[in-house]
Ligand binder design. Sequence first.
Ligand code: SAH
Length: 224
Amino acid sequence: MRIDIISVLPELLVSPLDHSIVKRARDKGLLEIHLHDLKDYGKGKHRQVDDYSYGGGAGMVLMVEPIFNCIEKLKMEREYDEVIFTAPDGHVFSQGMANRLSLCKNLIILCGHYKGVDERVREHLITMEISIGDYVLSGGELAAAVITDAVGRLIPGVLNDESSALTDSFQDNLVAPPVFTRPSEFNGWEVPPVLMSGHEKRIEDWRFEKSLERTRIRRPDLME
Ligand code: SAH
């Protein structure tokens, strides 16, 4: 899979996408990430990419032309499954969306900044809009990093233990059960004995029971 991320601040994305499982995916050749500095497509010697908002009001707006030029250049080189825009009023990101996106071949993610992007970008160039939650970030870069991380770890072959993604929260509308590691007792706090019993079936049942219980208490909305 290939993800092209377009941003006015690509430096913000370097470190989050260069560690842990995303790095492993890249090292294994299963995920290619290309960062594009929108300023390279900016106008004039100042590489201008933003301008005042028509109608007035605070905050700069990313201009349509540099974004158009960058996206068009990429589209000439290959076909993209989706051209995603990070937007607080987009579809709220979910595990289901991550699952679907992990099956794509090529994705573009455009990060907004300042007041946002010229609406004509959204009308004509974007195929999908994703919000990572009901709060406002300074820019789409952290959202793009969140999306890339959640999607990247689901690409077949990325996780060593293939079943590991399947036992994570949200995969069957349930949150994950609690986990423990050594020591079996610390400060008088004990690990549930069933986990040390060696009975696979009983452990599996216990985990399922805990998943149900936690979902009922913490996220009853998932069970509806
Ligand atoms: N004026 C806009 C917010 C602009 S924030 C509004 O009120 O809707 C600047 C940029 O950060 C946005 O264009 C978007 O790309 C990104 N962003 C902010 N919050 C986000 C969120 N919750 N999810 C995804 N992207 C977000």
